[in-house]
Design a protein around this ligand. Structure first.
Ligand code: HEM
Length: 426
């Protein structure tokens, strides 16, 4: 066991000793992020720790929030905020690294007035109403992908469907040309979010710096292009607002564009793949959705979003020293909100480990976070997951997994290595 792991075990044990409500013989509240088995099925472990101990500590010694009420309090209150550059410094990035320079302006790393100023420029473009206009196009893309990917009732649903749909949707949304989008996506590469995960190796750092350097350069070229030849798209609109009100610097604008493009694909692909996975595991729920798609699509999407959150965690830090959730925090101390904890809290959902598309879809989960940094793209993501699941069950009957798929361990965006599915075409 590493020193860090031993220290955190001791910390967890002393926490138990200090809390008379914890059963003396219950296992310590250590969340084993180092173990592959945890990533294959984290939910029973998170539930046990949440129910027995309230909070947990990761095996690297990071405090973690697991209950719904605590998570809501943390995100809506003003005692915690998003981490800035320290988040990637802990992962070995340094000034001058492309990812470091990118994060200086990244919306997720800013707080207060700086954050609000940038966020307000794009939030209106991403409301449910503005995104709903894209719905028929998204459905059409989903149907085309399924028809093209279909090889005699077999599909590798992650790469041939789940990853492609969000790419097409964000390309439509941003109004950029397909050749431009392909170039952005290629430069961004798969796994750009791994640099934010719990275990960052030199290889991940080198990849991330290469990707973020290339993407910044490419978007700067796009920016110049739109300045010379404006189009009816979000980038041109952002440039006009920059020039009109001098509200965004050149670097801020470029980073904001990559935040939207980059935030949109891997996360949504993860949840869409999970939706298909659940349809294969629950034929009776697939049949219900197929029987009346308009009635059940919100429930099907929301249940997938709750049970299989795209991100495994959201990171915050204490604004000042204080005590909360039975823990003491130093000023600036990081904390992790492990989304699988609150999303399966029985105080909010009865029988939370059961996949049930008939639950009330208005009871939102923590998947898109809450408060000031609430996911900007949630309306688009929800629309995509709904249309993807409907298109899938209408195209496929007798859906079966070809073997039990594996979840990639240690990554920020939960994702299946692959998702081979067999079905009877309808
Ligand atoms: C199912 C898919 C998605 C999931 C699970 C997801 C989840 C999240 C989470 C957990 C956050 C962090 C909130 C925090 O710091 O507390 C976030 C922020 C963000 N997301 Fe998403 N997201 C998804 C799709 C999208 C899409 C489609 C877009 C773009 C169209 C997008 C753009 C953003 C942006 C720009 C932020 C930063 C917001 C801020 O810091 O103010 N996301 N998302």
């Amino acid at each position: 066991m590493s020193n860090e792991a031993a220290d955190s075990l001791m910390a967890a044990n002393s926490l138990m000793a200090a809390n008379p409500l914890m059963a003396a013989d219950s296992p310590p509240a250590v969340i084993p992020l180092e173990e592959d088995a945890f990533w294959q099925d984290p939910y029973p472990i998170l539930s046990r720790i949440r129910d027995q101990h309230r909070t947990g500590t990761t095996d690297a010694g990071l405090k973690a929030i697991l209950r719904w009420d605590d998570a809501e309090d943390l995100l809506k209150g003003d005692l915690f905020e998003n981490e800035g550059l320290e988040y990637i410094e802990r992962r070995g990035f340094r000034p001058g690294d492309a990812l470091y320079e990118w994060r200086r302006h990244s919306i997720g790393a800013l707080n207060g007035a700086d954050h609000a100023r940038i966020r307000s420029l794009v939030s209106r473009a991403l409301t449910h109403r503005s995104v709903d206009g894209l719905r028929p196009r998204i459905r059409e893309h989903a149907e085309t992908l399924l028809r093209n990917g279909d090889a005699d009732g077999r599909i590798e649903a992650r790469t041939q469907f789940a990853t492609r749909l969000p790419f097409l949707a964000i390309t439509d949304f941003l109004g950029i040309r397909m050749d431009e989008a392909v170039e952005v996506a290629e430069k961004m590469g798969a796994g750009s979010a791994d640099a934010f995960g719990p275990k960052v190796t030199q290889e991940i750092r080198d990849n991330a710096n290469g990707m973020f350097g290339a993407i910044m350069e490419f978007v700067a070229e796009l920016y110049e292009d739109r300045r010379k030849a404006p189009r009816d798209d979000l980038l041109t609109a952002l440039i006009s607002s920059e020039e009109g009100g001098d509200r965004l610097s050149h670097d801020e604008l470029i980073v904001l564009f990559t935040n939207i493009f980059g935030g949109a694909i891997e996360t949504t692909a993860s949840v869409i793949a999970s939706g298909l996975y659940e349809m294969a595991r629950h034929p009776e729920q697939a049949a219900l959705l197929r029987s009346d798609p308009e009635r059940w699509k919100k429930g099907a999407a929301e249940e997938t979003i709750r049970m299989r959150p795209g991100f495994y965690a959201a990171g915050k830090k204490a604004v000042r020293a204080h005590s909360a959730y039975g823990l003491d925090f130093e000023e600036g101390e990081p904390i992790s909100l492990l989304i699988g904890g609150p999303n399966r809290d029985p105080s909010r959902w009865r029988d939370p480990d059961r996949f049930d598309i008939q639950r009330d879809p208005r009871i939102w989960s923590m998947t898109f976070s809450m408060g000031e940094h609430f996911c900007l793209g949630q309306a688009l993501a929800r629309c995509e997951v709904q249309e993807a699941m409907v298109a899938f069950v209408l195209h496929c009957d007798e859906i079966e997994l070809e073997g039990e798929p594996r979840w990639l361990p240690h990554v920020m965006v939960n994702r299946l290595e692959s998702l081979p599915i067999r079905y009877r075409p309808r």
